[in-house]
Design a protein around this ligand. Structure first.
Ligand SMILES: Cc1cc2nc3c(=O)[nH]c(=O)nc-3n(C[C@H](O)[C@H](O)[C@H](O)COP(=O)(O)OP(=O)(O)OC[C@H]3O[C@@H](n4cnc5c(N)ncnc54)[C@H](O)[C@@H]3O)c2cc1C
Length: 446
């Protein structure tokens, strides 16, 4: 060996920094940690603004109260310990590409005391996986009077307000005001539709626990408001028709071609001037990546703030910086568009990044990412699941509904759990959940 060459121990380790521990970023950190963390060949750091992770497609179930957050939430620090990566709490606020540093904001506690100061983290390879948010398109009143289901905290806040609204109505002697027990869900994509179905079911269960002065059919009104001509506009027409019929048969009011002009303290004003009274308003429309990406040291973005990446998932202006999941605009050549913002895309890109990093460390050529569309499934709560399967296996596109669709819908989450915990823990956890489900209320009461 050349004596002037540093030994393996002296050589600085390659440092991979991942910003955002969601559906894509946490799977990536865990898999890289499992593969390289213990052997010390690569240092892996995950930065997230939150302390815990919840897989976002579960948020509507937390909001409706049909899922216990405590059972499904995962602590980043614990996960980093078990899977050999480091976790850093904080929000990315900037980037210095020349010095290869991510800038992270100070973390302040509820009393205004600083927990961690503003920090900088050096990287050799940076993977940005900060996800997306809803887009209110500047609609007045959204920030003040609507809740967006973007975090577990917001989903929990919505659920508490829902339970409070039911208890208030139950205890009140005078007749209900027009907006009382009315919910307006703005945006009839998968999130809005799934939330409406789940709420229909759980509000009935909540009332059955003894709030017997409320008549669910008469008193609780769910409104789904969509600007497009049909609900679930991204899915085939037949599926949106089936979902629309099911919601309406349950008494959910479905309003299409209805653009929201303003959210008011007690309702929603449509562009037509009509006012829909509502005590609780959920904003579930539009998708855009976080603002911080817009001016991230010159990286290229589109109008939705997504980072433009090449087929290798490298950002167009910096080959040391990759982006995965909702926050990237990745070409999908077969459809002449970009890969859709879905959990299955984030999962596939995280898998691809593991192989990509192995190639990068070995000095090999990077491989292009190919998105495999398995179709979309929408859960209509206890009632059914509808969706379409795509791909060679089913010979194009196949509509499915019912029990099989429900199993497949659940399998996407199982894949995420498997990536984070491995087979043994997932099998044992599933068994434990099945046993305790019998002894716990199905709907959260607080
Ligand atoms: C209610 C709901 C239902 C959904 N249902 C489905 C479904 O059924 N099927 C499906 O395929 N997809 C569904 N989706 C979409 C799916 O959740 C996303 O496509 C997926 O979570 C994207 O993964 P990601 O890793 O890109 O980002 P995310 O999972 O959103 O994770 C982003 C992470 O980045 C962190 N972060 C953000 N900004 C910063 C910052 N500046 N600094 C540090 N950390 C930051 C966040 O705290 C978060 O942990 C749903 C989404 C929602 C909201």
């Amino acid at each position: 060996m050349n004596s002037r060459q540093p030994s393996a121990q002296q050589r600085p380790r390659h440092r991979v920094v991942i910003v955002g521990g969601g559906a894509g970023g946490l799977e990536l950190a865990t898999r890289l940690g499992n593969r390289w963390g213990r052997r010390g060949k690569v240092e892996i750091e995950l930065i997230d603004q939150a302390r815990t992770h919840l897989w976002k497609p579960l948020l509507h179930e937390v909001a409706a109260g049909s899922m216990d957050l405590g059972v499904h939430e995962l602590n980043y620090l614990a996960q980093s310990y078990w899977h050999n990566f480091r976790f850093r709490l904080g929000q990315m606020i900037g980037l210095d590409r020349e010095r290869r540093e991510v800038q992270v904001a100070p973390v302040i506690d509820d009393d205004g005391n600083e927990i961690t100061p503003q920090r900088r983290f050096h990287y050799d390879t940076l993977v940005i996986a900060v996800g997306s948010l809803t887009n209110d398109f500047g609609t007045p009143g959204v920030k003040e009077h609507a809740i967006a289901l973007e975090t577990a905290g917001e989903a929990t806040r919505f659920h508490r307000r829902l339970v409070n609204a039911l208890m208030r109505a139950h205890a009140q002697r005078e007749p209900l005001r027009p907006e009382q027990l009315q919910v307006a869900i703005i945006g009839a994509g998968a999130t809005g539709v799934e939330l409406a179905a789940e709420l229909h079911n759980t509000t009935r269960e909540l009332v059955a626990y003894g709030l017997d002065r409320i008549d669910p059919d008469q008193d609780i009104k769910l409104n789904v408001i969509e600007a497009a001509e049909r609900i679930l506009p991204a899915l085939p027409e037949r599926l949106s028709e089936a979902a629309s019929k099911l919601l309406q048969s349950k008494g959910v009011r479905v309003r299409t071609s209805a653009r929201v002009a303003e959210v008011l303290p007690g309702g929603v004003r449509l562009a037509s001037g009509e006012i829909i009274p509502a005590e609780l308003v959920v904003w579930a429309a539009g998708v855009k990546a976080p603002e911080v990406l817009r001016n991230l040291d010159g990286l290229e973005t589109n109008r939705s703030n997504q980072l433009l990446v090449t087929q290798t998932l490298q950002t167009t202006r910096d080959p040391d910086i990759f982006a995965i999941g909702d926050c990237c605009a990745c070409p999908w050549p077969e459809k002449a568009t970009t890969v859709p913002p879905r959990a299955q895309a984030a999962h596939q890109q995280a898998n691809h990044m593991v192989r990509q990093l192995a190639n990068r460390l070995a000095g090999k050529r990077l491989r292009p990412f190919r998105y495999r569309d398995f179709g979309s499934l929408v859960s209509l709560g206890e009632y059914t699941t509808v969706g379409n399967l795509m791909g060679a296996l089913v010979g194009g596109s196949l509509m499915i509904e019912g029990y099989i669709a429900r199993l497949m819908y659940r399998s996407l989450y199982k894949m995420h759990e498997l990536a984070l915990h491995g087979y043994t823990k997932v099998a044992l956890d599933t068994l434990a959940r099945l046993i305790t489900r019998r002894t716990e209320p199905h709907v959260k009461l607080h």
